[in-house]
Structure formats: structure tokens, C-alpha cells
Design a protein around this ligand. Structure first.
Ligand code: C2O
Ligand code: CU
Ligand code: CU
Length: 490
């Protein structure tokens, strides 16, 4: 008995020592940090470690609207615990909305009045945040809108912004990384008269297909769990196996014609660099907040965590049965297989609506946001998140310039890029280090990558009152405190 107690005490002292070491190391940041995690994550962030047979790409279902009124919509979402086999025969614990992993697609129209009944059937508190949607702070689903296990929350809002590919995900304080990693995320699509009018593919699941891109680190038993090693605390959890709509190694049969792909980087922490293995080019037609003025032709697209892009890809040169792979940093993770000819020939439209450029002279204020610190000490403007502190106060309908800089230090893999995201408004990128933004950043954005030592200036008008978050969208950084709050006063 006494001996057991001694062992217990000794164990406790060792654990205490290791944790102190962690934080002391964290404070001075030597170049080299010991990896204290039991699991040693691999160095290859772009190689697939889990080999599974290819399987058809799952298409997330469109969520049923329970309100018969055409100007209103009512949706039901249950956040629930589940199990899933990413690798056939190997069960792992997951979370999903109305299912075992990810959630259904909510599709609404501009002008609609929307209500959502969200039920929390998890064992933990959760929230649901409409990423990219312009709504009042109390409907936005930030950390203040916690839903206790067994309880429900019913936000209501009117859709007042143009057609776009947005998404929803949980936002509970310090638990966002885990809940998203376990599977809580879904797409939120807005349609309007412009998306109706444009001659682009729009048959959902056929030639208008969402691709929710994520990466996981699988255990040797084929399961996933959310346990952070030192490297993950520094860089965010970066997996080595890509998932598309929750599937490893998927394929999609495509018409030999134009495809519209709605890409979401739904990862916790990874920046994706996507291209096709046949090096064919494609056109980006929409960014986070909606259509671009002009399609941007590219042969590679970089997407940071939480960023979205709609692209048009022309597969009409493929022969029947031919395949094209989608790559991340040169590694293939998804296959497109050409089937019969598409019934309709599309060209890249030129009649996208103009986006009125916001005028920096209209801004009443310039605010600065500096990413700083690393690991457990990541911060913005030297401050870590405090739910009881409002960091910035704004006036409703004011236009402001936000100047975001990255002064943080080295991650485990070198200098870190941080994706900046603000709730409550879509913004325009004014410049990057004084230079005009690239073509695919000339439209509406809600998340921008900020590279080491870079200065990105964005401009926005804040049309909704309430409390909102701004933060790094590397979820482990957000959870560690790289987040602040702003209040928009009526
Ligand atoms: Cu996508 Cu504050 O979140
Ligand atoms: Cu958001
Ligand atoms: Cu970050």
C-alpha cells in the first residue's frame, strides 16, 4: 500500500517536472525543442500514410428546409457523437452534424429569413458559428453562445449578402480544434439572382461539387484522436493523410466538360497548394465571400485554413475513362474519372458582376493587429484571449482599415504563416506589403494568410452590432489564445 503510494507520488513529480519543462522551454524558446509527446508525428505533412482502396467521393446531402414559406427557411442540426471507419474495418470515435462525420450542406437564398435549431447531443459544450456570414453578434455562434449538452440553440438571421460558399463549425473556447478535428463542420451556400443568371455548372453533386479538404493523422489502428504533441502546439495539428468530404483516397466520376468545384480548406492548421497532375489550368471564379469580378486563371491554388474558392475546371479534353489527380504539394489525394460527354458546353463566363472597390479614404480608422508569440504563448497585439475583455470598440456602419502583421517567431518547421479571420463582415484586401493583392484576392474575403514579416491591409464596413471574434484560424493557435474580441456598437 505504502509502496504504491510512493510510486504514485514519484509519477506525479515526473509529470509535474515535464510540464514545467514544457512551459519554461516555451517561455525562452530555444531553437530546438524536445518533442514530449508519446506519439511521434511524422515529418512528411503531405504523404499519405494510410493506404486504403479508392472509394467514391461522398457528396454531403443538402439539408431539408422545414419551412414551406419560400422566403423563409428552417433547418435542424444535431451535433452528435459517432463512430466512423475511415479505414475499412477500423472504427474510430468521431463527431458529426446529423451523421457520423461533417454535416449536411445548408443552402439558402439572399433575402431569406433563416432559423436553425441546433441541438447539442455531445457530452461537451459546443457552439455553432456561421463562418463568413454577416449576422448580428448574438446570432454569430462565437464562444459566448455555448450550448450545454442536451440543450438547444435557435439563431435567426436574414441573408443580406451575395451568393457565396461559406461554412459552419463549432467555436467553443479552447475546444474548437478538437471538435472540428473530430468532424464538426459543414458548408453553407448562398444563392442569389447572380448565381442563377451566370451560365456556370449548378447541378449540385453532379457538376457543382463541394470538396471539403482536411488532413488527419491516423494511429496505427486506423483511428484518429486529438492529442497534441509539442509540434502540434507550435504549428497546429497537421496530418499526413488527406480527406475529401471525409473520405481517404476518393474518386469522382465527372462529365467530360466543365466542372465547378467548391473548395474549402477545412483543416485545423494546414496550408494547401493544389494543382492537377496533368498541369491543366483552371479558373477561380469565387473567393471566400462570393464571385470575383473576373475569373482568375491559374494552374495552382494556395488555400489557408478556412479559406474557400470556387473553381471551374474543364475536363472536356479527357478521353472516356481517363483520370486526372488532384495534388497537394505534389502528392495525389483525389482522382477525377471522365465518363460520357457532358450534355452542355460551357465557356468561362465574362459577365460576372462588378465589385465596387472600397475607398481607403472612407475609412474612419486604421487598427493594427500583430500576430505574436509561439506555442502556448501565441497572441495578437501581445494579448491572449480573455472572454471578459473587449479588445476593440467599433461603431456600426463605420468603414475601417485593419492592418495585420505577422511578427511571431519560428514554428517547429521554420517561420509560420497565420491565417487572419474576422467575424461579422466580409472585407476587401487593399494591399500586401504595399502591393496590390493577386487577382484571386480582389473579391470579398473573410480569411487571409499573413506571411512572416508581411503586412496585409484589409478594409470593411461593419454593418452588424454585437460582439465578434478575430483570430488566427490555425485552430490550435485560436484555442491557445491567438484571438481577440471586437464590439460593434449601435
Ligand atoms: Cu471559422 Cu471564428 O471562425
Ligand atoms: Cu468566422
Ligand atoms: Cu496562427
Amino acid at each position: 500500500m505504502k509502496k504504491n503510494f510512493g510510486i504514485l507520488i514519484a509519477g506525479f513529480i515526473i509529470i509535474l517536472g515535464v510540464s514545467i519543462l514544457f512551459f519554461v522551454q516555451g517561455r525562452d524558446m530555444p531553437g530546438q525543442l524536445p518533442d514530449l509527446s508519446m506519439k511521434q508525428p511524422s515529418d512528411k505533412s503531405d504523404n499519405q500514410t494510410i493506404a486504403t482502396k479508392e472509394s467514391p467521393l461522398p457528396i454531403p446531402p443538402l439539408l431539408k428546409d422545414h419551412n414551406p414559406d419560400p422566403n423563409k427557411a428552417e433547418f435542424h442540426l444535431n451535433a452528435q457523437n459517432a463512430t466512423k471507419e475511415f479505414v475499412p474495418g477500423k472504427k474510430t470515435e468521431t463527431m458529426g452534424y446529423n451523421g457520423d462525420y461533417l454535416g449536411p450542406v445548408i443552402r439558402v437564398r439572399k433575402g431569406e429569413e433563416v432559423s436553425v435549431k441546433v441541438k447539442n447531443e455531445l457530452d461537451d459544450v459546443t457552439t455553432i458559428h456561421w463562418h463568413g456570414l454577416e449576422v448580428d453578434g448574438d446570432q454569430d455562434g462565437g464562444p459566448h453562445s455555448g450550448i450545454q449538452p442536451g440543450e438547444s440553440w435557435s439563431p435567426e438571421f436574414k441573408i443580406e449578402q451575395p451568393a457565396a460558399t461559406l461554412w459552419y463549425h463549432p467555436h467553443p473556447e479552447q475546444e474548437t480544434g478538437k471538435q472540428v478535428y473530430k468532424g464538426l463542420a459543414g458548408l453553407f451556400l448562398i444563392e442569389d439572382e447572380v448565381s442563377d443568371r451566370l451560365d456556370i455548372p449548378k447541378e449540385y453533386g453532379v457538376d457543382d461539387v463541394p470538396l471539403v479538404l482536411q488532413d488527419k493523422r491516423f494511429n496505427s489502428d486506423g483511428g484518429i484522436d486529438y492529442s497534441l504533441g509539442m509540434r502540434d502546439v507550435m504549428n497546429g495539428l497537421q496530418g499526413d493523410t488527406m480527406l475529401v468530404n471525409g473520405a481517404v483516397n476518393p474518386f469522382l466520376e465527372v462529365p467530360r466538360g466543365m466542372m465547378r468545384l467548391r473548395l474549402l480548406n477545412g483543416s485545423n492548421a494546414s496550408v494547401y497548394e493544389l494543382n492537377f497532375n496533368n498541369h491543366q489550368s483552371f479558373h477561380q471564379i469565387a473567393s471566400d465571400g462570393g464571385f470575383l469580378e473576373k475569373p482568375a486563371k491559374m494552374d495552382k491554388i494556395v488555400l489557408g485554413p478556412a479559406e474557400r474558392a470556387e473553381i471551374l475546371v474543364d475536363f472536356s479534353d479527357l478521353k472516356k475513362g481517363e483520370t486526372v489527380q488532384l495534388n497537394n504539394k505534389g502528392s495525389e489525394f483525389m482522382k477525377f474519372k471522365a465518363k460520357d460527354k457532358n450534355s452542355k458546353d460551357y465557356t468561362i463566363p465574362t459577365n460576372f458582376p462588378t465589385i465596387e472597390k472600397m475607398d481607403p479614404d472612407q475609412a474612419v480608422k486604421t487598427r493594427k493587429f500583430a500576430f505574436g508569440g509561439m506555442g502556448p504563448r501565441v497572441n495578437i497585439n501581445g494579448k491572449q484571449f480573455d472572454a471578459n475583455r473587449i479588445d476593440e470598440e467599433l461603431k456600426i456602419n463605420d468603414t475601417e482599415i485593419w492592418e495585420i502583421t505577422n511578427e511571431s517567431g519560428m514554428g517547429m518547421m521554420g517561420e509560420m504563416v497565420h491565417p487572419f479571420h474576422a467575424h461579422g463582415a466580409q472585407f476587401q484586401v487593399l494591399d500586401r506589403d504595399g502591393n496590390p493583392p493577386p487577382a484571386n484576392e480582389t473579391g470579398w474575403k473573410d480569411t487571409v494568410l499573413v506571411h512572416p514579416d508581411e503586412k496585409v491591409r484589409v478594409i470593411a464596413t461593419f454593418k452588424h452590432p454585437g460582439d465578434f471574434m478575430y483570430h488566427c484560424h490555425i485552430l490550435e493557435h485560436e484555442d491557445a489564445g491567438m484571438m481577440g474580441q471586437f464590439k460593434v456598437d449601435k
